[in-house]
Design a protein. Structure first.
Length: 276
């Protein structure tokens, strides 16, 4: 049988404990609603918080990988655009060479063809030397740069695109005639065809390597999205669930306050035992 006492109000103590528990749960729910997170600090769930932090850091570090791949893409695109110009110029040079092979040409006509040929040759070098992006030129004279784009967040793998010299002094165009002051021979024309083939082959390789950059960038984008979604599943709050919990806790809080009020009023009934 419960003891009637004015010194110890057990009912009030129980009601207060219940109210404190409800208030803590309510504060947690309100924090989740305010932040949108069910785990916002190590206190909420240390293991899950640590895992989410690691995955979030991995996803963020992939921004640097994406930027590296995109710089590589831009560099290759510039080189390919310039390379396409080189093939067009070589085609025009071959036409000049074929015209200059006509033995019936006058000296004046040959000089005009030669001037055009030499001008086109110079345009090749101008196009090649201006095919730079971010200080890297994949097709310039000599070897001014290669692409070593990051492939992962550990920086221990790269997507490589190697330099190829498409200048008139490079190996690809080495057999091409410098001028048309004398009538070109069939060997000269064959050398021009070889030069055109060398350039198209080099551009084909660049295109293949560019596709490698594109494919890997698509993968990195998907990987980053997957990591971010995984982090969200770990720490994001279910707002519909939290809204339902909020309503339930608010009702419990009101009932707990009412219970505490009743329990606090209980000692006053003892006065009636003494006719008070």
């Amino acid at each position: 049988m419960p003891q009637n006492s004015i010194n110890t109000n057990v009912g009030a103590m129980i009601a207060l404990q219940s109210l404190n528990t409800i208030n803590r749960d309510l504060a947690t729910t309100l924090r989740r609603i305010a932040t949108g997170l069910k785990i916002s600090s190590p206190k909420d769930n240390p293991a899950v918080w640590a895992t989410a932090k690691m995955q979030a850091a991995e996803a963020k570090s992939l921004d640097a990988v994406r930027a590296s791949l995109q710089r590589g893409q831009s560099t290759v695109d510039v080189a390919l655009a310039a390379g396409d110009t080189v093939t067009d110029l070589l085609d025009q040079m071959k036409q000049k060479m074929l015209a200059a092979s006509d033995p019936s040409l006058t000296t004046a006509s040959r000089k005009l063809l030669n001037d055009d040929y030499v001008s086109l040759r110079k345009q090749i070098d101008r196009a090649v030397e201006n095919a730079s992006f971010n200080g890297v030129n994949l097709i310039s004279a000599g070897n001014t740069g290669n692409i070593r784009a990051l492939a992962n967040a550990k920086a221990d793998q790269t997507i490589d695109v190697d330099h190829v010299d498409l200048s008139t002094g490079g190996a690809a165009l080495a057999g091409m005639r410098a001028d048309l002051l004398t009538a070109p021979s069939s060997t000269d024309i064959k050398a021009m065809d070889t030069a055109m083939q060398n350039v198209t082959s080099a551009l084909s390789r660049l295109g293949t390597q560019a596709n490698g950059l594109d494919t890997h960038l698509t993968f990195i984008d998907k990987l980053q999205d997957t990591l971010e979604a995984s982090v969200g599943r770990l720490i994001d709050a279910d707002m519909a669930q939290e809204a339902t919990r909020l309503q339930a806790l608010q009702i419990k809080q009101q009932l707990a306050i009412k219970s505490l009020s009743i329990a606090n009023a209980a000692p006053s009934y003892i006065l009636k035992l003494f006719g008070g």
